[in-house]
Design a protein around this ligand. Structure first.
Ligand code: FEO
Length: 163
């Protein structure tokens, strides 16, 4: 049993995680066709991870004996100026996801939905890692400077599991 308010937020998060996956897939294909193979590899991995996050929310909602909703997903932005713009957009998006998860956690706590607060702990930790990973990439880009952008892209590609 979960409160209606929290269930609504959980279903919205299914759509948000699906949207994250599509955003990163669009970033990956942009990077792929523009010669940034490391960034493409990073973003293809991120897209897979986000799909996994979406599925975790779906399974959790269904395990609560509710019925997870699979909402439509907005078409993601297809073009970027450079890889810095890609990762700045990724960081902005992750900050939005962190805020959305915090909102579900707070609402669940207010409604005594303890199964939900327990479930969300993994996501709270995951968001710390994801934001740190994107900030690390932005550091690499900043330090590499424009002449070494190729080397920066290579290093991004070598980061393990997109982290
Ligand atoms: Fe599933 Fe990157 O938030």
């Amino acid at each position: 049993m979960v409160s209606k308010k929290v269930l609504k937020l959980l279903n919205e998060q299914v759509a948000l995680e699906g949207e994250s996956s599509q955003i990163y897939l669009a970033m990956a294909t942009w990077a792929d066709v523009n010669g940034f193979r490391g960034t493409a590899a990073f973003m293809y991995r991120q897209a897979e991870e986000e799909r996994g996050h979406m599925q975790k929310f779906i399974k959790f909602i269904n395990d609560l004996t509710e019925h997870a909703e699979i909402g439509g997903i907005k078409e993601p932005k297809a073009d970027y100026k450079d890889i810095e713009e890609v990762f700045r957009a990724a960081l902005e998006h992750e900050e939005l996801i962190t805020a959305a998860i915090a909102k579900i956690f707070t609402t669940a706590r207010e409604n005594n939905d303890y199964a939900v607060t327990s479930f969300l702990k993994w996501f709270i930790d995951e968001q710390v890692e994801e934001e740190a990973a994107v900030k690390r990439v932005l550091d690499i880009i900043r330090m590499a400077g424009k002449v070494s952008i190729y080397l920066a892209d290579k290093e991004i590609g070598a980061l393990h599991g997109g982290k």
